[in-house]
Design a protein around this ligand. Sequence first.
Ligand code: GLA
Length: 385
Amino acid sequence: MQQSLNVMELQLCERFVREFDAPPEQIVTSPGRVNIIGEHTDYNNGFVLPMAIDRCLMMAVSKRPDELVRIVTTDFKESIEFSLSHLEKGIFTWGEYITGCIWVLQEKGLQLKGFDMVITGNIPVGASLSSSAALEVGILKAASYSSGFNWDPVDMARLAQRAENEWVGMNCGLMDQMICACGQQGHAILIDFADLSLHPCPLPENSSIVILDTTTRRGLIDSAYNERRQQCDNAAAVMGVATLREADEPLLAEYKGRLSTLEYARARHIISENVRVKQATLAMSKGAGKELGELMYQSHCSLRDDFDVSGEALNMMVECAMEHPACYGARMTGAGFAGCAVALVAKGDEQGFVQEVATEYEKRTGDEPRIYVCVASDGTSIKKV
Ligand code: GLA
């Protein structure tokens, strides 16, 4: 084995040997993500500014000569096994993301080969940090190795989304899969969903990104998510535009009387959020942490008041963060309702921020949060063991 394996990789290899009696051939690393700004804009053809983070899933993988797929996870203490020629829907839990990805590759007409795999990771599940996109994109990467097909990150992100939409049944947008596949160390990525173009933006040097996990989890957010999608589509139809990306504030004002109160509020969030994302990339290009932070907080207020996808714990966490003198700005991140907030914090003051905000949040809610500094990382990658 190579010398350059870190502790997590070494433990993963040891587990692989215990399970399959030989060392793995390759290790796939697939990151989670945090979205800095641009929430619920992806399925409205708009702009987002997420980054891949240094929390990931790792998958040790070896080819098999037959059609069998055997996968063990260290986290769920569960294993799955299936044949590539007998895919069935709805028999696994987390495994559905895997069978969904296999299905989508077969739909594309690819001839797949089996593999053995052990998965480990440190992305909290259900925390809005995209552990499912990390799993999907990671599986596609492993399959591209075991079956020898070409890896194009944007194509693969689209396939992963299709697996989640059509196999798992979650009607998500494309942001999570895109950033997981295309992340870049030290950068957030501006993604324009009109043409899927990617514009890497270096993070301001005077600040750090901190994830604030309320540890609240909310299952079954699908219906609230789908309802928001529908309201956005309705608002666009009333205003006579294909998507809310094509709408602006004057148009919204013109149609105010013809939109329902909720449609108006949802559209106002999307329209203002798209503007904020563009302003945020400008602030980043100037290294202006304070400006970026202010936009993040405005985004939070808009998600809380107009889009109505925040929650008590997220609001409290954002308020605790905003009251800290080292905080430039904070907001809920991801789909919403529960999970994590993200803050931009003055460099050098991170440790004080982490401890003091955790203490304050616990004092106000009685719950112990998990708060940690994170760094922007590369997208899904594979290396030889
Ligand atoms: C979830 C979805 C994404 C995106 C965000 C909200 O993470 O998977 O596609 O819509 O919510 O911005």
